[in-house]
Structure formats: C-alpha cells, structure tokens
Design a protein around this ligand. Structure first.
Ligand code: C2E
Ligand code: MG
Ligand code: MG
Ligand code: MG
Length: 283
C-alpha cells in the first residue's frame, strides 16, 4: 500500500521490503538527510544485575523519528542503510553520540561503575576502519575504553571470518569489551567463543522465552559453559520475576528487558544514575 498522506496523519510504517521502489528510494534519501542533520537519536536501556537488581550498564539503541512516518524501527532503517552503503556513517553516529553521552554522565556522576553497550553492524566491520574509529571517538569524548562494550551478532562474524578476526583483535587491544549479541537466535556455533575475543554473551530473547520444555536445560548448559570460560552473560527479554530468579540461579549475571526497564533518554539515565548511586556521586 502506497502512502496517501492526508494532512498531518502519521502513516503506519511499512517494512522496506514491502514498499514500492519509489517509496523506498524516498525513505533512503530521507535517512541520508537525517544522518547529515543529526536527526537520529539514541535511547538507552538498562542492563541490570540479576542478584541485586543494580544497574550495570546501558545498551545504546538508535531511534529515527521520521517527520511523516513516525518512528521507523531500527531493524528497518539499519538494513536500509546497510543496503545503500551509508551504514558506516550511521555507525559512526552511534559511536559518537553514545560516547559523548557517556562522557557527560561520567562528568556529572563521578566514578560510578557502569558501561555503555553499542551495536556494531557487519558493514561497519568490513568497510570502515572500525578500530581506528573507536579509538578516535573514545579520545574525542575522553572516555576510558573499559566503559564501552561493542555488540556484534554472530552473522557479522560468520560473513567475514577473517576480517572479523583482525578487527576484533584490534578492538580487544584497545580495551573495549566485546559481546556476542543475539546468541541462541541463529546458529550459535560455540567456535566463535573460542576463536574470537568475546568476553560477553547476550542470550537472545527467543531462547529466553522459548516455550519448549528443553529451554531450561539449554539455558543452563549455555550459561554454565560460558561462565566456565570466564564470560559475562546477559539475558535479553526476560519477562517474569520467576525467570529472572531462575536465570540468576543458573549463573547468568545480567538481564535486559522491558521487565527491568525500557529504553530511555539521556536525562532519564542521568536521573537514574544519581538516584541509584547517591554516595559515590561527586558532581
Ligand atoms: P538488539 O541489539 O538485540 O537490541 C535489543 C532489542 O530488543 C531492542 O530493540 C530493544 O528495544 C528490544 N527489547 C528490549 N527489551 C525487550 C523485551 O523485554 N522484549 C522484547 N520483545 N524486546 C525487547 P530495538 O531498539 O528495536 O533494536 C532492534 C535491533 O536493531 C537491535 O537488536 C540491533 O540489532 C539493531 N540496532 C539498534 N540500534 C542500533 C545501532 O545503533 N547500530 C546498529 N548497528 N544496530 C542497532
Ligand atoms: Mg544489541
Ligand atoms: Mg540482542
Ligand atoms: Mg536482537
């Protein structure tokens, strides 16, 4: 269905693959302009320790509020950017914005221990000099590398095994943490865990909310294996307090889901940090 805009009515978003070519091209040029004009934004979802519900970090998630279409889901516009070769600009925007936000929070809260997780897409790893970008952006913002986690999905690694190896080793040397995102949603080859310098696994919400009676066995073995390898575990999409407790008992360290808190803006993050850590606050 093509858009027939009546006045200021916001059209429900059509997935790009179902759009007419002309609409798609329009959306593409809109996105290009949105990047140039810095009209994209980042929201931050809390990542919470399962044993005491303390906030450990935030995942930076990109948002695009299109003037006519309203909120376009990142799964859509990121793929659009990947297909039309400006994902590097988009990725750089995410890095710059997230580190600059982090830097402000650090200045205003003192030395509170928390990290910021940033998603990295496949094209970023292949086409740009990701490690150099990360180093430069961290310097610009004055953020220690240890505060940053980069999230990559296994398809990123699968599609570019060699290049991934090189870049991930460089990133590891810089000192950023590396998370394997959406674990359990695809192939989940355990080989990635030994051959690449990941220190964190994010268990996908699909596995966390699997309805099969083998779910608990699967979760328990993934968690104990990863924990034995010294890795940090984050479970995505936990929906109930029972599941939070069970995952915690299995040895999963963190949870990230609507149950613990939705993605929020920078001011809300600052407020939470100040409330949660009143004593360590210096600023
Ligand atoms: P992701 O990295 O796996 O991020 C987690 C997604 O799960 C986010 O969706 C988040 O809002 C959603 N989520 C959080 N808690 C729950 C829950 O309890 N239930 C359910 N059903 N979902 C939950 P979002 O923000 O729509 O992002 C979707 C995907 O888009 C991300 O998946 C990531 O792959 C990609 N993405 C988002 N921002 C960026 C970015 O800045 N750069 C890149 N390259 N990719 C991004
Ligand atoms: Mg992620
Ligand atoms: Mg994920
Ligand atoms: Mg996901």
């Amino acid at each position: 269905r093509a858009k027939k805009s009546g006045g200021n009515r916001v059209e429900p978003f059509q997935p790009a693959f179902r759009m007419a070519v002309s609409d798609r091209l329009q959306l593409e040029s809109d996105l290009r302009r949105a990047i140039e004009r810095r009209e994209l934004s980042m929201v931050y979802q809390p990542i919470v320790r399962l044993d005491d519900a303390e906030i450990a970090g935030f995942e930076a998630l990109m948002r695009w509020d299109h003037p006519k279409r309203g909120n376009v889901p990142p799964s859509e516009f990121i793929q659009l950017a990947e297909n039309s070769n400006f994902i590097s600009e988009l990725g750089l925007f995410a890095l710059e914005r997230a580190t600059s936000d982090l830097s402000n929070w650090l200045i205003q809260t003192g030395d509170i221990p928390f990290f910021v997780s940033i998603n990295v897409s496949s094209a970023q790893l292949v086409n740009s000099n990701l490690a150099d970008d990360v180093r430069r952006v961290l310097n610009q913002a004055g953020c220690p590398a240890s505060r940053i986690k980069l999230e990559l999905t296994e398809t990123v690694v699968m599609d570019n095994p060699e290049q991934s190896r090189l870049v991930l080793d460089k990133l590891h040397d810089i000192g950023v943490s590396l998370a394997l995102d959406d674990f359990g949603a695809g192939y989940s080859s355990l080989g990635y865990l030994t051959r690449y310098p990941f220190d964190t696994i994010k268990i996908d919400k699909m596995l966390v909310n699997d309805q099969s009676d083998k779910r608990d066995v699967l979760l328990r073995s993934v968690i104990s294996m990863a924990a034995e390898m010294g890795m940090t575990l984050v479970a995505e999409g936990i929906e109930t307090e029972d599941d939070a407790e069970m995952l915690g008992q299995m040895g999963c360290h963190y949870g990230q889901s609507y149950h613990f808190g939705p993605p929020i803006g920078t001011d809300a993050v600052l407020k939470i940090l100040k409330e949660r850590f009143p004593l360590t606050r210096t600023g």
